[in-house]
Design a protein around this ligand. Structure first.
Ligand code: SAM
Ligand code: F3S
Length: 448
């Protein structure tokens, strides 16, 4: 009987991606099959995130819960990976001796060896080094079971924003070689993938080594990815404003496969706060890029990350953020209250904003952006939208569900044979969290 692996993932899409690669790897090397039930697992793994607070606490309380599993089954292997593992290292074994393996975001490919050593020598293993690109060389080809896939093209971050732990936990920026990225995408397309999302902490800072010593920049890479047979939609996240180029603006116009969506985190609309965050741009520079994109693209949906209540943020600073939001008219946001991260420069700045005030600001910001999003959804009623059909709708399984270019969920009636294909639908109704649509009669014939 095959051994079972349970993975609990905290955090961003990069972590989701890493978790699926770990499952692939342990399937190939040790025959592990994924399970949703930790109680029946032979190995349980936590893939952690430490971007915001309580990360450590969450990890240790989860490990406490898993201690009882280990008491029932002393052969159970417990592994901890990701950014908290990278930060805490050996400390994890001291506080949670039931843990067998600790590995960082850049050493997940060494898991099979660590597992063998741990079983053979009955001794815990810790490896949180940053061997960079070696990780990708050692991972098996990606396996997928749907029409969409993520592809990590660059890792780490060298920007050192004053509030962020990522450069310390995931290491400095490095890009995967162009040939490796393309091989992975061609293999995904051969397995039926129709949409890829290129991933990286600053994905548009990609500078992929070429076999002849040259460098492939991000905007050029997009043309190659979009030209792969079978890949009909390309997304990317997260971009950094200081890595945007005119070439990227042009790529959005020239590449039909590129989704009409831009995630460009601004964090704040106040130049004083941006400077203290060490973001490397002013609000005017950010807006100049937004203007360029909007100038060539009428239906571009724009989203951003925001940090509310950064130390020293005044009412006036916050108003500048709200003004910027009104100008851009964002469609979506990932907005969070500032969380001091030990070891980062911002954690040393005195935090004078009361929590109640931060919560009020966050709510005002989210309400404003939700208002824009509702308007966009209403404006989509009566329009034709291209969807990649993901599967059956969660709440009414007799219906199909798919996503538009601007990431809205649309539910509609149609045959199961359309799953994994693109269809054109007319949007008939905008609901708070999704849209309803109707298939165009010719759509089934033309779905590709
Ligand atoms: N590289 C991207 C960019 O352009 O900044 C962001 C990557 S970062 C891992 C994801 C998001 O987490 C950031 O955009 C920021 O909004 C949020 N974040 C990072 N550190 C944070 C902190 N200490 N408190 C609150 N949010 C934080
Ligand atoms: Fe973090 Fe800033 Fe890099 S938010 S991931 S240090 S760009």
């Amino acid at each position: 009987m095959s051994r079972k692996l349970y993975i609990k993932t905290f955090g961003c899409q990069m972590n989701e991606y890493d978790s699926s690669r770990m499952a692939d790897l342990l399937h190939n090397t040790h025959g592990f099959v994924s399970t949703d039930d930790p109680n029946e697992a032979d190995m349980v793994m936590l893939n952690t995130c430490s971007v915001r607070d309580k990360a450590q606490q969450k990890v240790y309380s989860q490990l406490g819960r898993w201690n009882s599993l280990k008491m029932e089954n002393p052969d159970l292997i417990i592994a901890v990976g990701g950014c908290v593992a990278s930060q805490e290292g050996e400390q994890i074994l001291k506080r949670a001796p039931q843990v067998d393996i600790v590995f960082g975001p850049q050493t997940l490919h060494r898991l099979p060896d660590m597992l063998d050593q741990c079983i053979g020598q009955k001794k815990s293993r810790v490896d949180i080094s940053f061997p960079e690109i070696e990780k990708f060389d050692c991972l098996p080809p990606a396996r997928v079971d749907g029409p969409k896939a993520y592809v990590s093209i660059m890792e780490g971050c060298s920007k050192y924003c004053s509030f962020c732990v990522v450069p310390y936990t995931r290491g400095t920026e490095f890009s995967r070689p162009f040939d490796d990225v393309m091989t992975e995408i061609v293999e995904l397309a051969e397995q039926g993938v129709r949409e890829v999302t290129l991933l990286g902490q600053n994905v548009n800072g990609y500078r992929g080594p070429l076999y002849d010593g040259g460098v492939m920049e991000f905007s050029k890479l997009l043309y190659y990815v979009a030209s792969v047979d079978g890949i009909d939609r390309v997304r990317y996240t997260t971009s950094h404003p200081i890595e945007v180029t005119d070439g990227l603006v042009v790529a959005h116009v020239a590449i039909p496969e590129l989704a009409a969506h831009l995630h460009l985190p601004v964090q704040s609309g106040s130049d004083r706060i941006l400077k203290s965050m060490k973001r490397g741009y002013t609000s005017a520079e950010y807006l100049a890029w937004i203007d360029k994109f909007k100038g060539v693209y009428s239906n571009l949906s724009i989203s951003s990350d925001f940090i509310i209540g950064f130390p020293g943020e005044t009412d006036e600073d916050f108003e500048q953020t709200m003004d910027l939001i009104d100008y851009v008219q964002y469609d979506q946001s990932f907005s969070f209250i500032y969380s001091p991260r030990p070891g980062t420069p911002a954690a040393e700045i005195e935090d004078t904003v009361p929590m109640q005030e931060k919560k009020a600001r966050l709510m005002a910001l989210q309400n404003r952006i939700n208002g824009f999003a509702a308007e966009y959804s209403k404006g989509m009623v009566g329009t034709s939208q291209r969807l990649l059909v993901d599967g059956h709708a969660r709440k009414s399984p007799q219906q199909l569900t798919g996503r538009t270019e601007n990431n809205r969920v649309v539910n509609f009636d149609g045959p199961s044979s359309l799953v994994g294909r693109f269809v054109d639908v007319m949007i008939t109704e905008a609901l708070p969290n999704s849209l309803r649509g109707r298939l165009y009669p010719g759509s089934i014939k033309h779905a590709n």
